[in-house]
Design a protein around this ligand. Structure first.
Ligand code: NZQ
Ligand code: ZN
Length: 388
């Protein structure tokens, strides 16, 4: 394993603590840009509560609304311009991962003279960024506690992720009750995303710490236990709370300490979303089991056995190869049976037209040499084909 620095400076208010939002707002100034999506926060009543907190802090509100799922660079540009024109002090993101991701680049773009797309493309770095506070409404991406975001550019068919430490939220309000209104479908997609964030790290090219393995296995079992409960009983606080805190810890940097394995499934999924605008978690659910099948070989077998026994509950007395195969089968059954997600690209309207283009783009945008199993463009195309 590698040396590492651990620092997660986001202050988390977990549970019913929105009444302390005004304290956080006061720390950063009076001019607040409220960023939100297509209206779910208005329907749920959260919008009014947030506005009242900003007013309590003596703040003046500006708004960037209508942030899209798979947020667009056009929204980022619009938000960054408002920040510049109105001399915004604080970016307040209220929503799911898309809203928080967009807000991060708005806040960074506000302190950059050029086009914010340069920041996404890593053409420049982020040293200065407006402070960001988030109020999370969907457990999935972990954007509430990490330093990155993913932005789509419809003109170029690109969906690209970038992370810079100054973009990490200063504070995040995590109230599981704010996720009670998330639909069973979005809950399932969120669960698939959380699982994928852990799997991308757990299936490492080098051994990691035993304690982190155990931590990751617990996180995965937590999602497997509680996602179906939250889908059936949307207002089950215990289920929503477990999913929410797991989503944050899956990607806030802790489990990846000492591990420098590059991610595989996310790179492949981002091209699906870029070309077809599909939901991130759904794309991951379709890709991940096929990627697992592709990666299973004599060398990787022990990792699949550990996953099978410790996460999927496969009988440890079975021959190793059987355990690995049953683990992948049971994992697929969880995604497509229990969570009810569509299991193929064909089922979501994707045919073979752009498979080669997407494989080429994935290689151009990511590093597939330092992954659990290195992947060539041809390998990626084969994995996509297996998903049809
Ligand atoms: O737009 P509104 O009206 O708010 O509706 C949203 C949206 O339609 C709705 N929703 C959110 N909270 C709700 C709710 N509906 C009812 N009640 C609530 N409480 O759900 C829909 C999806 O929201 P979105 O924010 O798009 O979902 P998610 O949180 O899964 O975010 C997905 C985006 O995050 C990126 C993905 O690529 C995708 O663009 N990711 C960000 C990461 C990060 N920052 O580290 C890592 C991830 O791997 C991921 O790539
Ligand atoms: Zn993800």
């Amino acid at each position: 394993m590698n040396d590492f620095i651990y620092e997660i400076p986001t202050k988390v208010y977990f549970g019913d603590q929105l009444s302390r939002l005004n304290e956080e707002v006061k720390k950063y100034g009076k001019r607040v840009l409220l960023c939100y999506g297509g209206g779910s926060i208005k329907k749920s009543g959260l919008y009014d509560k947030v506005v009242s907190e900003v007013k309590k802090a003596g703040g003046t509100l500006y708004e960037l609304s209508g942030i899209e799922p798979n947020p667009r660079i056009t929204s980022v540009r619009k938000g960054a311009q408002i920040c510049k024109d109105e001399k915004i002090d604080l970016v307040l993101a209220v929503g799911g991962g898309s809203v928080i991701d967009c807000s991060k680049f708005v806040a960074a773009g506000a302190c950059y003279d050029g086009d914010p797309w340069d920041i996404v493309l890593h053409k420049t770095t982020v040293e200065k960024c407006l402070p960001i506070v988030s109020v999370l409404t969907l457990s999935a991406t972990g954007s509430e506690m990490d330093n990155c975001g993913v932005i789509s550019n419809l003109e170029t068919n690109e969906k690209i992720g970038a992370g810079y430490d100054p973009m990490r939220p200063k504070a995040s309000f995590l109230d599981p009750k704010n996720t009670f209104t998330v639909s069973p479908y979005q809950t399932a997609c969120g669960a698939a995303d959380i699982l994928s964030h852990i799997i991308e790290v757990y299936f490492a090219k080098e051994p990691t710490l035993y304690m982190l393995d155990g931590f990751m296995e617990t996180l995965m079992r937590t999602v497997i236990k509680y996602a179906p409960v939250a889908m059936k009983e949307p207002e089950n606080y215990e289920a929503r709370a477990n999913l929410m805190w797991t989503s944050s810890w899956a990607i806030n940097g802790f489990i990846a300490c000492g591990n420098n394995t590059e991610w595989s499934c996310h790179g492949m999924e981002h091209e699906l979303s870029a070309y077809y605008d599909i939901t991130h978690g759904l794309g991951l659910a379709i890709v991940t089991p096929r990627w697992m099948e592709h990666c299973l070989n004599e060398k990787t077998l022990p990792r699949f056995v550990q996953f099978g026994v410790n996460v999927m509950g496969i009988d440890s007395a079975l021959p190793p190869k059987k355990i690995a195969e049953q683990a992948i089968e049971k994992f697929s059954e969880f995604l497509f049976g229990t969570l009810g997600l569509k299991s193929t690209l064909t089922a979501v309207g994707i045919d073979k037209t752009h498979l080669a283009d997407m494989a080429k783009a994935a290689i151009a945008h990511g590093d597939f040499k330092n992954t659990f199993v290195p992947l060539s463009q041809k390998d990626i195309e084969k994995i996509y084909e297996a998903c049809l």
